[in-house]
Design a protein around this ligand. Structure first.
Ligand code: SAM
Length: 242
């Protein structure tokens, strides 16, 4: 691989991820729009619809960042429901707090926590989501088990994440984009090419559709289904705790 992030030891990876998100927190929302040409909004909308949150439900948004999913869930769960945003990074949580307040979303607790060891009671949520977060987690199997543990029986987990382009041509175009254009945009807009290089590398290293499906099944999730978007550049995996 291009930048050698694959052999980074655990503590080192965690520090690097923390550095990346502390560095990008302030420009996070604008970079998302730029880098995805606004399409991340459509990917998120699809995942939100698939989550099917109903009034009164308890929802946990893991690695919630600036709260794009959280605020929709808060609206859907309504006053009888409860939505919690959790993220490992204090700088991202601050951005999330601000973004939610700006949009008039109230009553959402923000909790600093590692997805690998969620500090919530067993079987306490109807729906858990992790959007563009799992690839940053060091021990993904532990995170999947931890999220499954917090689901009520019948509850669902949705993982929205970059995945593997389904055609070779699209894969090639996408590689050029992510390894050349992305760091350049990061440099120009956020004065931070390295963080966006990490981003491209973390996407490349992330398990593909079938592998992630298997990991979810191994974590004890059932009826796992994969929904590809934009030719497989992004996928939603949904599984249930039965
Ligand atoms: N969910 C938001 C979205 O879709 O826009 C934010 C995604 S952002 C690309 C990834 C987030 O994962 C960052 O806010 C980062 O702090 C968080 N993160 C990284 N490692 C984590 C971990 N081990 N546990 C929880 N959150 C983590």
């Amino acid at each position: 691989t291009h930048f050698g992030y694959e052999s980074v030891p655990t503590a080192e990876k965690q520090k690097r991820v923390a550095g990346v998100f502390t560095s990008v927190a302030g420009s996070y929302d604008i970079m998302n729009d730029l880098m995805s040409f606004g399409v991340h909004r459509i990917w998120k909308r699809f995942a939100i619809d698939l989550a099917g949150v109903r009034p009164g439900e308890r929802v946990l948004d893991v690695a919630g960042g600036t709260g794009d999913l959280t605020r929709e869930f808060a609206r859907l769960a309504g006053p009888r429901g409860q939505v919690i945003l959790t993220d490992i990074n204090a700088a991202m949580l601050n951005e999330g707090r601000r973004a939610l307040a700006d949009r008039g979303v109230v009553g959402v607790p923000l909790v600093q926590a590692n997805a690998e060891k969620l500090p919530f009671a067993e079987a306490s949520f109807d729906c858990i989501t992790i959007s563009f977060g799992l690839r940053n987690v060091t021990d993904k199997d532990a995170a999947l088990r931890s999220m499954k543990r917090c689901l009520k029986p019948g509850g669902r987990l949705l993982v929205l994440e970059f995945s593997k382009p389904q055609s070779e041509l699209l894969g090639k175009v996408y590689d050029q984009y992510s390894f050349r254009l992305l760091p350049l945009m990061g440099q120009l807009v956020a004065r931070d090419a390295d963080s966006y290089r990490y981003l491209a590398e973390s996407i490349r290293m992330h398990p593909d559709q079938e592998t992630l499906k298997g990991m979810m099944q191994d974590a004890g999730l059932s009826r796992v289904q994969v929904y590809n978007m934009t030719g497989g550049i992004v996928a939603v995996h949904r599984g249930f705790r039965l």
